[in-house]
Ligand binder design. Structure first.
Ligand code: 173
Length: 329
């Protein structure tokens, strides 16, 4: 057989090697493992699933998400550590569920500006500096906004005083409800129904939306207005796993996260619909007079920020002007 000139052979080899590299890059699809700290039949996961579906359709060959499940896969209060240690890549959860990773996680309930504004004014970057350093995680996107928390109870009150009441909490409500003289019991959302049913608690804290998802409305007589704080539910990601993304994967992820956050307008109408649905279900609203309502809300924030300053003075001081409404600055 004839021998090819060596110069041609070298060129062929170089071409083949280049082709192999670029094929490798094209075929480099990665799958991220995601869990939810919230139950699968709740509104947060109901809105997560279609997002994942679209993500996986558009992300073929680039990036995929494998949803492993809710608290049955990893208990609500263990999800943060699972993200921190890389047991999973990503989670949909709330800061109140990973105060065991860093107490600052719960400060996110104190935001009074939209996530759009948080990305503009430096709050988002300030959060990520702390989340990177203390949580070994990247704070990716806030996907719930405009969902104030409320007190739900079966024992009527006529002033902001929970004396003699046993109330289910997460860390979100602890300082505030204790300041209102409640006896508090911390549980994951999955245990609220049973606690109400057995009379272990008289009531619970929860945002305006979602109490029908686990049938708590069956065991709820009153909602107290006004609401306070803003329920924070976000996507977080293990930092090494985030840093391993290629430029293309990172760009794709950013685009999907932006689309998810752009859907946050949903929550305003949802809150109204849920309040109407509660009324229809016979849940009575307890309202304070205007001055009492204002001092109730102010007290919630004062106590929230005081708790934050006690836990982590420097970070609380950094976050407060970035989280607070322009008027409150
Ligand atoms: O469990 C809770 O009440 C809680 O902390 C929370 C936080 C965000 C959304 C919903 C509930």
């Amino acid at each position: 057989s004839r021998v090819l000139p060596s110069g041609l052979l070298t060129r062929l080899a170089v071409l083949l090697a280049a082709a192999a590299v670029s094929t490798g890059a094209i075929a480099q699809e990665r799958t991220l493992r995601l869990v939810s700290g919230f139950p699968e039949n709740g509104i947060y996961v109901q809105r997560l699933l279609p997002w994942i579906k679209q993500f996986n359709t558009e992300g073929k060959g680039v990036l995929q998400i494998n949803f492993l499940g809710g608290p049955k896969a990893i208990p609500a209060f263990e999800v943060g550590n699972a993200v921190k240690t890389g047991v999973v890549d990503m989670a949909l959860t709330t800061g109140a569920f990973y105060t065991n990773v860093m107490p600052e996680a719960d400060f996110l309930k104190l935001t009074q500006v939209s996530v759009v504004e948080q990305r503009k004014n430096g709050a988002f970057d300030a959060i990520n500096k702390v989340w990177n350093e203390k949580g070994n995680m990247q704070y990716l996107a806030r996907v719930v906004e405009n969902q104030p928390f409320h007190i739900y109870t079966n024992k009527k009150i006529d002033k902001p005083d929970l004396t003699g009441q046993k109330i289910r909490i997460s860390p979100v409500y602890r300082d505030f409800f204790q300041a209102l003289n409640a006896n508090v019991v911390t549980t994951a959302p999955g245990e609220v129904y049973t606690a109400l049913e057995r009379g272990v608690v008289d009531g619970y804290g929860w945002p305006i939306g979602g109490i029908f998802d686990l049938n708590w409305h069956e065991k709820t007589k009153f909602r107290v207005d006004p609401g306070f704080y803003d329920a924070e539910v976000s996507l977080i990601m293990n930092l090494p796993s985030f840093k391993k993304l290629t430029d293309a994967q990172r760009a794709f992820l950013d685009k999907q996260l932006a689309a998810y956050e752009a859907g946050n307008a949903f929550w305003t109408q949802y809150g109204k619909d849920e309040a109407a649905r509660q009324e229809k279900a016979g849940i009575q609203t307890i309202r304070f007079d205007e001055a009492t309502a204002k001092s109730f809300r102010d007290k919630a924030y004062d106590i929230g920020w005081a708790g934050a300053a006690k836990q982590s003075p420097d970070i609380a001081a950094r976050f407060k002007p970035l989280f607070s409404s322009p008027a409150a600055k």
